[in-house]
Design a protein around this ligand. Structure first.
Ligand SMILES: Nc1ncnc2c1ncn2[C@@H]1O[C@H](COP(=O)(O)OP(=O)(O)OP(=O)(O)O)[C@@H](O)[C@H]1O
Ligand SMILES: O=C(O)[C@H](O)CO
Length: 523
């Protein structure tokens, strides 16, 4: 989610209609274009990880209201329930928690992005807002996803609340992506500015989120289990919306309720790797030198229950169910798509070739060669959970429309000064790949969207493409390669066919990275 919070009207939800209208004959439901189905499946993925549905799945009150159930654990409620939260999706999560548990909540503090309340109000998303006289105090901060004074004030209020709790209390912690920047509490003598500079430098030099958050944890009072320690001896239940591939609780928002397993050596390795060790401020050196002899010792978190309540995999599973209801053979390929956007685009291009050929049983020879290239590229991308073989077997069985789903977060190495986001850039690149060779008698569509509804600093969530993209663009006088060389995918999609290929959802109030949908429909 970029800094500018803008909300566009949500797509009207048309009812999902099945493609299979009896027997083995597959045909399109009347008037429902492939693109519209793609949008609807994307929305169903997002719908599964919206705050309301997630909180309802994770929490329940017993009929008497005296016990809170979280998974298979029960907690006694007796005016002892407190709430804290930090992250881009936490306003809606807190609103859903208040709706469910309102009469039991004693006090709360949350740290959310600047402008989010106004944006949600403007969009008429009442369900994402706390009640007028809520006992949950809201701090807005971390402009541009960087820790700032406002976020620091929020972090201190959260720490104060946690430290005031007793063994009779229960602290509900709501966590989502962006939580690291919204919960800065540097260990003195490290200053907020020093932490901000170091974080920016690491990110700019290509540190991944695991590396970045290892450093953040080492320099923070609340990350890496610090919040759990502040709340001890209260019981702590953390409800976590994952924006990191693989859902590692110790990485998401820098794991404030998860004991950190990293030591100073890990930090020094990372700082060395990015050429930052020599130029470290004295304060950072002091804190790192002290860390291994921390009198508190490693944090233990036996009083904490950490629960992932929303993830990319959950969102994809819902879209898969909906695709099946529409008559598609649907397979989730991976919820861990990571790597350079160009390689991932080539992967989807090849996948469409191979799957298209198998689906229409045309040109088995060509398919073998491309199949080999596809496997090689998949191996290069090192996607841990990739279900490529299963997907291709399903395609052969399908003899009808196929939907391949994936999610994750590709990387864009910015070279130009254009306007775009990783989803629009991926879609544009896939459009080019799809047009490289004729795909046979099959309609193909690819959609990529950010589940938060905002792709980079643009007002779109993503875009969808078909194999005709490059030739149609050329006919309109648009040279795709030029737009790509400037990372100007958003400008391209705004011009191309009057902007109809852009995916607009408005801010969704959730964030489980991106969703990629590839549709193949034999003609
Ligand atoms: N012109 C551009 N073209 C392509 N990608 C871009 C462009 N400008 C920014 N990006 C990418 O957009 C991303 C930042 O956007 P965004 O805020 O949506 O992502 P994020 O920081 O990962 O947050 P979130 O997890 O909320 O999506 C970065 O990955 C950046 O590389
Ligand atoms: O806040 C953070 O650390 C990132 O969004 C990953 O969760």
């Amino acid at each position: 989610m970029a800094a500018v919070l803008q909300v566009l009207p949500c797509l009207a939800r048309a009812p999902l209609r099945p493609l299979l209208l009896g027997g083995a004959v597959v045909r399109l439901a009347s008037g429902m274009a492939l693109a519209e189905q793609a949008r609807q499946l994307f929305e169903s993925a997002v719908g599964a990880v919206l705050p309301g549905p997630m909180l309802h799945r994770a929490l329940s009150l017993d009929p008497g209201g005296g016990q809170l159930k979280v998974r298979d654990r029960s907690f006694q409620l007796r005016q002892n329930l407190y709430l804290v939260g930090f992250g881009k999706a936490v306003l809606g999560m807190a609103a859903a928690a208040e709706e469910l548990l309102g009469q039991h909540l004693v006090q709360g503090v949350i740290s959310v992005p600047k402008g989010i309340r106004a944006a949600m109000e403007h969009a008429g998303k009442q369900e994402m807002l706390l009640k007028p006289h809520s006992c949950v105090q809201v701090f807005e901060g971390a402009e541009d996803n960087l820790p700032d004074r406002d976020a620091l004030r929020a972090a201190l209020a959260i720490r104060q609340l946690a430290e005031s709790l007793t063994a009779d209390d229960l602290l509900l912690v709501l966590i989502s992506g962006g939580g690291s920047a919204l919960l800065p509490a540097p260990i003195p003598p490290v200053t907020l500015e020093e932490k901000q500079t170091l974080t920016k430098l690491l990110a700019a030099r290509g540190a991944n989120i695991q590396e970045l958050n290892t450093i953040r944890k080492a320099l923070s009072q609340l990350k890496g289990g610090g919040l759990a320690r502040a709340a001890y001896p209260a019981q702590v239940v953390s409800l976590i919306l994952s924006d990191v591939v693989g859902d590692p609780v110790e990485v998401i928002a820098s794991g404030p309720t998860v004991a950190s397993v990293h030591n100073v050596q890990d930090c020094l390795h990372i700082l060395n790797r990015y050429g930052l060790r020599a130029a470290l401020p004295r304060s950072v050196k002091t804190v790192l030198a002290r860390a291994d002899s921390d009198p508190h010792g490693p944090h233990t978190c036996g009083h904490v229950l950490n629960v992932i309540i929303g993830s990319n995999a959950l969102a994809l599973a819902e879209a898969q169910r909906q695709a099946e209801a529409l008559g598609y053979q649907a397979v989730v390929l991976s919820a861990a798509m990571q790597g350079d956007v160009e390689s991932i685009a080539r992967f989807y291009g090849l996948l469409a070739q191979v799957a298209g050929t198998r689906l229409t049983l045309a040109g088995a020879g060509a398919s073998a060669e491309e199949g080999e290239q596809l496997r090689e590229l998949a191996a290069e991308l090192q996607l841990p959970d990739l279900q490529l073989k299963e997907a291709l077997e399903a395609v052969v069985r399908a003899r009808g429309p196929v939907c391949l789903l994936a999610g994750g977060e590709p990387t864009v190495q910015l070279q130009g000064s254009g306007k775009g986001g990783r989803n629009q850039e991926l879609a544009l690149r896939v459009g080019v790949e799809l047009g490289r060779q004729p795909l046979g008698p099959v309609d193909v569509l690819f959609l990529s969207g950010g589940t938060d509804g905002q792709d980079g600093p643009t007002e779109a969530a993503g875009a969808w493409v078909m194999p005709e993209l490059a030739s149609q663009a050329a006919a309109e006088g648009l040279d795709v390669a030029t737009f790509l060389s400037h990372n100007d995918s958003h400008t391209f999609f705004r011009c191309f066919r009057g902007g109809v290929h852009l995916l607009h959802t408005g801010l969704t109030g959730t964030n489980v990275m991106d969703a990629h949908l590839l549709f193949l429909r034999p003609r």
